[in-house]
Design a protein around this ligand. Structure first.
Ligand SMILES: [Cu+2]
Length: 167
């Protein structure tokens, strides 16, 4: 059993390796098609990084809600919404999750929604695949793979307003 399992794991790893060479991967969970989840490369101990997903498509007749994400070596990600107002960007936790309507889809791009990770204990190396999960309201925790990518498309946010001591 053990040997069979490792062979299967190896074949799966190979398939993922081939799929990730220059093309987006897709993962399927229930009625959801999850297109190219990725996470920004980061060194171990880096203060933060973020993960996004090109698209999640809901082929089912029931709504689903994306609530959270985890990445091996980066812990639990918190979903943030990026807000643009008069050309200035800020962000806030998006606690209720992202609704995916029946036969609808959502996109998480660095300028709209990000899963933010603050406990990076292992290096996230460009072009590698890391294990993780997406957490949904109905499907609960779904194992997926994130591709590690460089990215500099996240909007620069204004520094938080200083508290106290106006000068
Ligand atoms: Cu991919």
């Amino acid at each position: 059993m053990k040997i069979a399992f490792s062979l299967f794991a190896m074949a799966a790893a190979l398939a993922i390796g081939l799929a990730s060479a220059g093309s987006a991967h897709q993962e399927v969970a229930g009625n959801l098609k999850i297109g190219h989840p990725w996470i920004r490369e980061a060194a171990a101990g880096a203060p933060s990084t973020y993960a996004c997903i090109i698209e999640i498509k809901n082929d089912g007749d029931e709504p689903e809600t994306l609530l959270g994400a985890t990445v091996d070596g980066a812990g639990t990600g918190v979903l943030y919404q990026i807000i643009e107002k008069d050309g200035h960007f800020s962000s806030k936790p998006f606690e209720h999750g992202l609704l995916i309507k029946p036969h609808g889809s959502i996109e998480l791009s660095p300028s709209t929604y990000q899963f933010r990770f603050k406990n990076i204990s292992k290096p996230l190396i460009e072009d590698s695949m890391v294990d993780g999960t997406l957490v949904f309201e109905k499907l609960h925790s779904v194992p997926i793979h994130f591709m590690v990518e460089p990215d500099d498309t996240a909007p620069k946010e204004d520094a938080p307003a200083p508290s106290g001591h106006p000068m």
